[in-house]
Design a protein around this ligand. Structure first.
Ligand code: MG
Length: 272
């Protein structure tokens, strides 16, 4: 079994300071938080940007500001989100990709969010995949249900993504696949052979399905993007969520990968 890759998703699109004071929203806050999570054991940073009103932003300048603040201090794999609720179109997503990320998220289909539709049309998905391939960015296939796993496999068959694929199984969002152990086992069974995968489960499922992913040989994403609580009634910080997953992995006998070990597991060439 590979060492465990822990992804930190510190910000996302939804939580604001009114929900939890621990969510980092400015580029400086995101960078400082990321470095604390790196020290705690995270090896991938999943980045969303916010504007001055804390709303999700597709402005490449915010993404660049985060990357600039991390330059020279961050060993983690930087993974830009190309999804979320910033409402951006293809042109803006392509601009974001041009900024030199090692990885980027790629949602391979459409799904309902609790309050809106999250539409990723086939042409958009294919165009983003093609651009990531051209730029040497490894996509993390964000799959909210089984059809999206199949769509990702089809991208590889069509030459728009390189095997082995890496998946993030997004579970427990209202409107998408429920976060149950049975569903996790089934999703894993649907992955193309040789794929790597992590699980990003919402709310309290982040802990329970994270533990199962540790035991099943998968990888884990934690962070306030998906879950703002440490336990019922107690707000979390990003670094505490990473620290807990490191402790659990240790107890369960699964070593945690450092950033360069994560690069090797994911087949990343590493930064120039
Ligand atoms: Mg995201």
């Amino acid at each position: 079994m590979d060492k465990l890759i822990i992804t930190i998703a510190p910000t996302g699109s939804m939580p604001k300071k009114g929900h939890t004071p621990h969510v980092p929203v400015t580029p400086e806050e995101i960078a400082q938080c990321a470095l604390r999570c790196q020290d705690a054991g995270a090896s991938i940073l999943h980045i969303h940007a916010r504007d001055a009103q804390q709303n999700p932003s597709d402005d490449p300048r915010f993404f660049q500001e985060v990357a600039d603040r991390l330059a020279g201090r961050c060993r983690m794999i930087l993974q830009a989100s190309t999804g979320g609720r910033a409402g951006s179109g293809l042109e803006s997503k392509i601009k974001r990709l041009a900024m030199g990320w090692e990885m980027a998220s790629l949602t391979t289909g459409s799904v309902n969010f609790p309050d809106s539709a999250y539409v990723n049309e086939p042409a958009l998905v294919a165009a983003l995949a093609r651009e990531m391939l051209r730029l040497g960015i490894k996509p993390e296939m964000e799959c909210f249900d089984l059809s999206m796993i199949n769509n990702a496999a089809l991208l590889a068959q069509e030459g728009l993504a390189r095997d082995p694929l890496h998946f993030n199984l997004v579970m427990g969002l209202k409107g998408a696949i429920p976060a149950t152990i049975e569903n996790l086992v089934h999703m894993r069974s649907c992955l193309p052979p040789g794929s790597t995968w992590s699980v990003a489960a919402m709310g309290p499922h982040q802990l329970s399905l994270g533990v199962h992913a540790i035991l099943m040989g998968g990888h884990v994403r934690v962070g306030l993007e998906d879950n703002i609580y440490y336990r019922k009634g107690e707000l979390a910080s990003n670094e505490r969520l990473v620290e807990r997953m490191v402790r659990l992995a240790h107890e369960l006998g699964r070593p945690v990968a450092g950033p360069d070990e994560a690069r090797a597991i994911l087949g990343l060439a590493g930064r120039p």
